[in-house]
Design a protein around this ligand. Structure first.
Ligand SMILES: [Zn+2]
Length: 153
């Protein structure tokens, strides 16, 4: 009787890795399709639960919303530049998550210090965090115009 030579740990790891690689290659497409169908079915049968989870996620990640809505407006007017939700989050942290105009801690939106309608860019250096009320009150004024007007009022 011949005795099998035992594999070293490294050989076992390499063999396992190779097996998993082949397995993943073989079933990747099938699994992706199954996952897609599963999630589609799940969302269809748990509509309310999914909507609630999405609202919760959006509330916790308001920077994503702020970023995509600013991006949409920038695209409309053909403004140059762009910023990521991560950059906006860092900007908010730099402003202690407060509205740059009223100082309240509210869900923040991305306000263009120089409005897009007046040639401002969509780059992060033109973005300040503002609550939606201040953002809409500011309208097409620049940061300086809005701040000096608020000081007079
Ligand atoms: Zn505000």
């Amino acid at each position: 009787m011949t005795k099998c030579s035992p594999l070293t740990v490294e050989e076992q790891v390499a063999r396992r890795k190779e097996y998993m690689h082949r397995y993943n290659q073989t079933y990747k497409e099938e699994r992706r399709e199954n996952d897609t169908q599963y999630h589609r079915r799940y969302r269809a049968t748990h509509r309310e639960k999914c909507a609630k989870r999405e609202r919760k996620w959006r509330k916790a990640h308001s920077e994503v919303n702020a970023c995509s809505s600013a991006k949409r407006r920038a695209l409309l007017v053909g403004a140059e530049g762009s910023f990521t939700s991560k950059e906006f989050k860092l900007k908010c942290i730099a402003y202690e998550n407060k509205c740059v105009y009223c100082g309240l801690v509210l869900p923040l939106t991305a306000d263009h210090a120089i409005p897009l309608s007046r040639g401002g860019s969509d780059n992060i250096d033109n973005i300040v965090p503002a609550c939606s009320l201040c953002n809409s009150r500011k309208g097409t004024k620049t940061y300086d115009e809005f701040v000096s007007q608020s000081a007079v009022a």
